[in-house]
Design a protein around this ligand. Structure first.
Ligand code: HEM
Length: 232
């Protein structure tokens, strides 16, 4: 009870948002590394990787990872939205009346933009998982043979989807939102965790910026390159 109270205090919520945010950033980096396999012309490495994730430990490892991922997502959303709402409530004057007053007002604006990009990413993740993970499978003809075993040809489906201009445009816009969210989020997470030594301030800021640029443009590169190849 005491622990729950502590975690739901303003410091606790910031800590939870920071820790889950850094965990989700780890997932995003690992996901991008796996997706880079889509850039080879050979479908096997990507399909093998996807098949491995689904079958390792008889599928139990993936279930465990998904459980952790969902727990992190939900905690991050609930605590993040609560922090943004608190900041909004504690702000005395509305933007419509006074415009941006600087100082705290700037902070509220960045929290609001975090809430906006965060909720957009939530909508994206739900649609994205439905589209790719629960999209057409072997029964729909997306199958290939790996080491004598017939498996789902996820490579074929993803490459087909990124041959469509509207999909590439949608992914590019969303990945720019991801970059904005990470840019402020990584910095803010380190602040919440108390890592705010003046000596490292610039280094942490630049590391956050570099990470967000790498993730954003790394993810954008995948649909763009696949689309460019489809035009040949
Ligand atoms: C170019 C960008 C991306 C591509 C090509 C891509 C591709 C994929 C594919 C093919 C799957 C299905 C994997 C499977 O069923 O084995 C998947 C699942 C998933 N993706 Fe992405 N993804 C991209 C960006 C993102 C981003 C930016 C996020 C998060 C912010 C994300 C979150 C997820 C999640 C949560 C899953 C479900 C994982 C699971 O339950 O196994 N993806 N993605």
């Amino acid at each position: 009870m005491q622990l729950a109270k502590l975690l739901w205090s303003s410091v606790g919520k910031k800590l939870l948002t920071g820790v889950t945010g850094l965990g989700l950033s780890g997932f995003v980096a690992a996901h991008l590394a796996g997706n880079l396999l889509l850039l080879t012309d050979n479908p096997d490495p990507f399909n093998e990787y996807a098949h491995f994730l689904h079958t390792v430990g008889h599928g139990k490892v993936l279930y465990l990872m998904e459980f952790g991922l969902i727990a992190f997502f939900l905690t991050h959303i609930v605590t993040g939205v609560s922090i943004a709402l608190n900041k909004l409530r504690s702000r005395p004057i509305s933007y419509q009346k006074e415009g941006n007053a600087g100082g705290n007002s700037q902070k509220t604006l960045s929290s609001l933009s975090m809430a906006f990009t965060g909720l957009l990413l939530l909508v994206f993740v739900v649609l994205h998982v439905k589209h790719f993970k629960y999209g057409p499978g072997m029964e729909d003809g997306y199958q290939t043979v790996l080491h004598g075993e017939t498996v789902r040809d996820l490579y074929k489906f993803v490459v087909e989807e990124f041959g469509k201009f509207h999909m590439v445009a949608l992914y590019t816009l969303t990945m720019l939102m991801l970059g904005l969210h990470l840019r402020h989020g990584v910095w803010s997470a380190f602040q919440s965790l108390g890592i705010r030594f003046p000596k490292f301030e610039i280094a942490i800021h630049q590391a956050g910026l570099l990470f967000s640029l790498l993730m954003s443009f790394g993810f954008i590169a995948v649909p763009l390159i696949v689309f460019a190849k489809s035009l040949k």
